[in-house]
Ligand binder design. Structure first.
Ligand code: GLU
Length: 355
């Protein structure tokens, strides 16, 4: 008798919507999140050669409607999946507009070495030459790869594998929209065959102080038994404080900064000009906000490079935080999480040099 084939790995596929589940309406228009996850899986029968897949529709939205409430729900579902010893990895379908923010959030709060992979598409599922099916196939392949373990949350699209910390959407419509800036790709994936490069450079997932195991006391809940397997019900992730993101420009005044403080922002990220700079009126407003205890992070609107401390702005004197390499939208994610632990600018700055 021939030896029995090894069982295929098991992957949990969590769906949130996006263009990968989009369908055309009229003319060039389409609606994101129109199709169910079952329909997307049924369209790629080749997935059955890679893994046993169980699906869950966590949300059904275009990712421009992604919220912190959905992030917390998604984080809990991902944590439950990675805590299940029967599962090899997790794939999340997601719109590309805010995928980098969700990926970075999960990269900081999920406690596991198992692969967690976000995947999207630039063309709707009903488009000619839709990119979703191959992206999904590649994402499932990456989620089952032993070499993907311990690399933090990954993004797969257009035959590329990106680290959550590095990836950014850089083009409105082109298939190759995702780029990973100075640090570069995590790897490539060719028709389900992943090739990994160097590991990630900063702390993430299991080593993150924001992961569920290190959630502030009182948020954890006891282990439960489910589907025949003992698994830990995930900790409830803390509610995130309000952090606003303001885009700097020539001739900027202080109105938006003051408005954000009045609206109750506990932190502000400034997408500053150049090296995270901003003109005198806006700078004065930020200095006043910092004095009141609002955390001020200087990021850059340039899309590349490092924002360093104390170059043209005296961060030490003003109590500001430099975003280091994070783009403004990811700086906002880290600041929200950081503010669940501290309001001290020096401790927050250390976080920006750590994650
Ligand atoms: N707005 C859509 C979304 O983010 C389009 C982008 C996409 O999914 O490719 O869900």
């Amino acid at each position: 008798m021939p030896p029995a084939a090894a069982p295929l790995p098991c992957v949990r596929l969590l769906a949130t919507g996006g263009t990968i589940a989009g369908a055309h309406t009229t003319g060039r228009g389409y609606r994101a999140a129109a199709l169910s996850i079952e329909a997307l899986v049924a369209a790629v029968p080749q997935l059955a050669t890679l893994a046993r897949i169980n699906v869950e529709q966590v949300a059904k939205l275009g990712s421009q409607d992604m919220t912190e409430a959905v992030w917390r729900k998604l984080a809990a579902r991902v944590q439950a999946a990675v805590d299940d010893p029967a599962l090899t990895g997790v794939v999340i379908t997601h719109g590309t507009d805010t995928m980098e923010e969700t990926a970075y959030f999960l990269n900081l709060v999920v406690r596991s070495d198992k692969p967690v992979v976000l995947v999207g598409a630039m063309r709707p599922a009903t488009a000619m030459s839709a990119d979703g099916p191959m992206n999904l196939f590649n994402a499932i392949a990456v989620a089952t790869a032993t070499a993907a373990r311990g690399r933090g949350v990954l993004v797969v699209a257009n035959d590329e594998i990106h680290f959550a910390r590095e990836v950014a959407k850089t083009n409105t419509t082109q298939l190759g929209t995702f780029a990973s800036g100075q640090r570069g790709l995590a790897g490539l994936v060719n028709s389900g065959r992943p090739h990994f490069y160097a590991p990630p450079v900063r702390r993430h997932t299991a080593a993150s102080e924001f992961s569920s195991a290190s959630a502030p006391s009182g948020t954890g809940v006891p282990p439960v038994v489910g589907t025949g397997l003992t698994r830990r019900k995930p900790a409830l992730f803390p509610r995130l404080p309000r952090v606003d993101l303001i885009f700097a420009h020539a001739g900027m005044d202080r109105a938006l900064i003051d408005a954000a403080v009045t609206a109750g922002a506990r932190g502000l990220v400034i997408a500053g000009v150049g090296d995270g700079n901003l003109g005198a009126p806006a700078l004065a407003a930020c200095a006043a906000a910092a004095k009141k205890g609002v955390a001020i992070v200087r990021a850059s609107r340039t899309g590349g490079g490092v924002v360093e401390r104390n170059i043209e702005i005296d961060d030490d004197r003003l109590g500001f935080i430099a975003a280091d390499e994070l783009n403004p939208q990811k700086a906002r994610v880290l600041l929200m999480l950081g503010l669940t632990r501290t309001r001290d600018p020096r401790t927050l700055q250390d976080m920006f040099f750590t994650y």
